[in-house]
Design a protein around this ligand. Structure first.
Ligand SMILES: [Fe+2]
Length: 350
């Protein structure tokens, strides 16, 4: 279904925002399919709108849904590479993203992590899950295969997956991702705000260039008034939210524990945009070319030349960027704490 802009009474906050106008009735899935995109969703996906489709991963009878149970997630986490798991805690004001804080989770079992997530205000990004566990790779391939069959004109060239497990009330601050992404929601309820893509009133172009180039984290400055431009949707189990490439977004869980799979991908067009924005940053920062001279069209004559200059600059090591260092955690996941976390002992070296 397509998410369309309309006036409505917002359920949170004081700002008017775009709301999902209606929920379209369920439609029959093609036999055996996990994904079901109706005609509006198919067209919206290809036309780069914010749309919400359906999937069967939340159905009790769906075999693949077993990957998202507590038992399965706990077993996955017990052996998970520590450097690919990120546990974060956060404040309650979406404007104060400095309250987003990484938590130490060394030595925590899967069951302990889930216990802490249930009690606390914790968001877990289990990254590269499709690389670590072949069942998630197979599932991601299947989901994208079905989307490609159902939405003529859609073709991805590479895909990745991250499993998300998060506390009741937890949130993800306003941010922008380089590739397009789909949020496959399986358990719990969450609210998603999606802002216009490539709108410099919510995201200055230079910041998007920095994100594409890997020169800054995906979190970008946010003000509450941006919500006047947002489309908002309360995501239910069995729904998949699909938003356009580079549409900034933020998420807030409602009253229950949430489990979702987020997949990101590139299409040929999405990759071309990434190359042009990255090349523009190189020329702006390293060659001091004024931004007004640097167009963003990925299909212009100049785009290929800029990308070639950037690639030459990379080969000559002229595009070195400062690494994104994470501050040392001051708190750790703690299943025995009432809030699921506690202070890191200053005497413990991790
Ligand atoms: Fe995101």
């Amino acid at each position: 279904m397509a998410v369309t802009q309309q006036d409505g009474t917002p359920p949170v906050g004081a700002q008017p925002m775009g709301m999902l106008s209606e929920r379209t009735p369920p439609v029959d899935h093609p036999p055996g399919a996990l994904v079901n995109l109706d005609a509006h969703t198919q067209a919206g996906l290809v036309g780069a709108e914010f749309v919400v489709g359906r999937h069967r991963l939340a159905d009790a009878a769906c075999t693949e849904g077993a990957l998202f149970t507590d038992e399965s997630i706990a077993a996955l986490l017990d052996d998970y590479p520590s450097e690919l798991l990120f546990a974060l805690t956060m404040g309650t004001d979406p404007e104060r993203m400095e309250e987003n804080e990484r938590l130490d989770h060394a030595g925590i079992t899967g069951h302990e992590l889930l216990t802490a997530v249930r009690k606390g205000r914790i968001w877990c990004n289990i990254t590269n899950v499709d690389r670590v566990d072949s069942r998630f790779r197979a599932l991601t391939d299947r989901l994208y295969g079905e989307i490609t069959e159902q939405a003529p004109g859609f073709a991805s060239t590479e895909t990745h997956a991250t499993l998300l497990v998060s506390s009741p009330g937890a949130m993800v601050y306003f941010h922008v991702d380089g590739p397009p992404s789909f949020l496959w929601h399986v358990r719990g309820h969450k609210r998603v705000w999606v802002y216009p893509a490539l709108d410099q009133s919510v995201l200055p172009r230079a910041l998007l260039e920095d994100v594409f180039a890997g020169a800054r984290q995906e979190y970008v400055p946010y003000r509450n008034e941006f919500d006047q431009l947002a489309m908002v949707h309360d995501l239910m189990p069995g729904e998949v939210a699909m938003w356009p490439q580079n549409a900034p977004h933020r998420v807030a869980n409602l009253g229950d524990l949430n489990v979702s799979l987020v997949t990101d991908h590139y299409t040929r067009a999405a990759r071309r945009r990434a190359r042009v924005y990255t090349a523009n940053r190189f020329l702006r920062v390293k060659a001091h070319v004024p931004q007004r001279w640097l167009g963003t069209s990925p299909t212009s004559l100049g785009a290929g030349a800029k990308v070639a200059v950037h690639q030459l600059g990379q080969r000559l090591h002229l595009d070195d960027k400062t690494s994104k260092a994470h501050p040392r955690p001051t708190r750790r996941v703690d299943p025995d704490s009432e809030i699921g976390m506690s202070a890191v002992s200053p005497n413990v070296t991790r």
